[in-house]
Design a protein around this ligand. Sequence first.
Ligand code: UDP
Length: 479
Amino acid sequence: MKETLVLYPSPGMGHLVSMVELGKLFLTHGFAVAVITVNSTYTTGAASSTATFMTRMSSAHPFLSFHRLPSVSLHPNASPHHEAHAFDLFRLSNPHLLSLLSSLSQSSPVRALIVDFFCTIALDVAAELAIPSYIFFTSSAASLAAFLHLPALHSKVTTSFKDLGDSPLHFPGLPPIPARDMPLPMLDRDDDAYKGFVAVFNRAPDADGIIVNTFVSLEPRPLQAIAGGLAVPGKKAPPVHCVGPLIAIQPKLRHDCLDWLDKQPQQSVVFLCFGSLGAFSAKQLHEIAIGLEKSQQKFLWVVRSPPNPVAALAPGGGESAKLTEAPPEPELEALLPEGFLDRTGERGLVVKSWAPQAEVLRHGAVGGFVTHCGWNSVLEAIVGGVAMVAWPLYAEQRMNKLMLVEKGLAVEMRGYESGAVEAAEVEERVKGVVEAEWGREARGRMELLRLAAEAAMADGGSSSVAVNDLVSKWKAGRR
Ligand code: UDP
């Protein structure tokens, strides 16, 4: 009988896809993998794509199964951030998780429960059943070091980050981070989302280990700060296992944009794409279009419909609206300047809503990437050896941007903070990332990182050794 690993991702496609990618890795080591998902009321819009993804995955992998917990009713919460609702959801789901895990354990030995960091409260369930528990952290080791240090910082600082403006926050192993660059739901210490994060990271060192989608040579300093106990003063440093870069390639039909890229010269195209949730106002889309047109640069641009202002104003709107509303297909002719598609058709391609990003970034024709700096996007750019222009939008993306700029892998799109980037800036950056000296240098550094990532994943490389260590531990029934 196969031994089982149980994965507990948070909603949101980005988290689910990365977690399943981790599960696929352990399938190759002979485990059965059970993925438990919550039945959330705040992600209904995304439900159909999530369901399609799960069906496809379970039919492709016989030992990968999906299990949905019963719904829970969430109490009203004044926080405008969906994270506050997520923390409630996981807390209320613990009894259901306990009963499902108990029944799974009866049919096959469960060797570990691996939870998304949002679901850290589930460590209580693992403890009750005496199952080893791990956290899977889907962002950088730098963010992990900062977040692990959040409870210590919280007890030292008495002001909300939003009131500290540009003042630097000091985290072990990281350059100073301006307070305003912390994730939006962490800015107000009276908000339930902030309190939830403090509780999560207070609890995180209790896990048997933290698995991170990164590789050691990419982020040695924050990893040393965690291992040396600096990130969690007064507590035992949690063992960290870097297993990345794990990149999900979606087994779909070949997208037309890849055929178009085949016809373009090497490293000539700038790719613009802003994660699974990023969307711009009609005005901002216009500015981007004008900048692209003036730049004369070859481009591949994924355009999504502007956010629905009514949904954003709904109760619990703002951030949560981004999750609940599956945006309609964009009307390109109406959204972009008149004649733009005809005038740029020779050297540019606009794709509606979604492109197979990981494959695009690996294509030799792509030389630059304008990105929102989501961590999966960063890893995919590294694996493609593509230089970046950083345009952070939400979550921990401003922190990721700081790291990328500090390492000379990206330059910043100026004006992103005010939410109004001008056409002239877009023009300069998209030209520069392909042609300017800084673009060439950044590409050179990314190429070195691409090789380092390959080495980490190869037999005997740091990430592959980390996976083998976890596997042998679990097979031996150890923590
Ligand atoms: N993605 C994609 N095509 C798109 C937009 C996004 O394939 O048009 C994928 C992208 O390759 C990445 C994920 O969606 O794997 C986005 O994850 P990331 O962590 O970068 O950002 P998030 O969506 O979580 O903000």
